[in-house]
Write a protein that binds this ligand. Structure first.
Ligand code: SF4
Ligand code: F3S
Ligand code: FES
Length: 235
């Protein structure tokens, strides 16, 4: 099928402001939007820049706005994205554009690091792994699926308004450890998430849940962290 791509372009070294690059390509309708971007880069304009690695929804590197909604370019089929033969592609919102569709992920990863996204347990496990019941493991299963793509955080109006909001992705990562029965640092993480830039900046807007390519119930996880803060209990 013939597709007209409108891609937001910006090179801060030479452009005063972003502009729309327009490209006509011929592509299979079952190809992904990532294939369409690669067709532009390889066949029309090699200066187009975007991140990608796995091309299979695992690495989380190609989150972008496709027709105004955050998604992974490698998980959206051209036939599902195209509207009147046009697909519009922009960088995610809320992080500085480095070039074209590539944004500066450092503030995002700083927020991730801030919530202690690792298991804390000072006791010696001995000669075997730390055991956990299937029920305890199931408690935080949903939030283990995160691939740190940032589609959630960069779709959140609270984050757009206040870039210092820790954001849904970091809360998902904190949730994964707060509700892990083997971990001993839930209180520390709850203290971090209870401050001015923590979970209370979430206004339950649900954009994050809609954007997540892993289908994680993000707003529910945020609600569980809020509840733990209010009740002081990990249920
Ligand atoms: Fe991406 Fe979902 Fe993780 Fe957010 S929670 S970073 S949208 S995988
Ligand atoms: Fe933002 Fe998601 Fe909360 S979109 S306001 S983090 S429910
Ligand atoms: Fe890895 Fe899309 S390229 S998730």
């Amino acid at each position: 099928m013939k597709v007209h791509l409108k891609i937001k372009r910006f090179d801060p070294e030479k452009d005063k402001k972003p502009y729309w690059g327009e490209y006509d390509i011929e592509i299979e309708e079952t190809d992904r939007v990532l294939d369409a971007l690669q067709a532009v880069k390889w066949e029309i304009d090699g200066t187009l820049n975007f991140r990608r690695s796995c091309a299979h929804g695992i690495c989380g590197s190609d989150a972008m706005r496709i027709n105004g909604r955050n998604a992974l370019a490698c998980k959206v089929l051209v036939k599902d994205a195209v509207q009147n033969s046009v697909i519009t592609i922009e960088p995610v919102i809320g992080l500085r554009i480095l070039k074209d569709l590539i944004v500066d992920m450092e503030p995002f990863f700083a927020q991730y690091r801030a919530v202690m996204p690792y298991l804390v347990n000072g006791t010696d496990p001995g000669q075997r792994e730390r055991l956990q019941s299937q029920e305890d493991r199931a408690r935080y299963d949903d939030t283990t699926k995160c691939i740190l793509c940032a589609a959630c955080t960069t779709s959140c109006p609270s984050f757009w308004a206040r870039g210092d909001y820790v954001g849904p992705a970091a809360i998902v990562q904190a949730h994964r450890f707060i509700f892990d029965s083997r971990d001993e640092a839930a209180e520390d993480r709850l203290q971090i998430l209870g401050d001015a830039n923590g979970v209370w900046r979430c206004r339950t807007i649900f954009n994050c849940t809609e954007a997540c390519p892993r289908g994680i119930e993000i707003t529910k996880a945020i609600g569980e962290v809020k509840k733990a803060l209010v009740t002081g209990k990990l249920e």
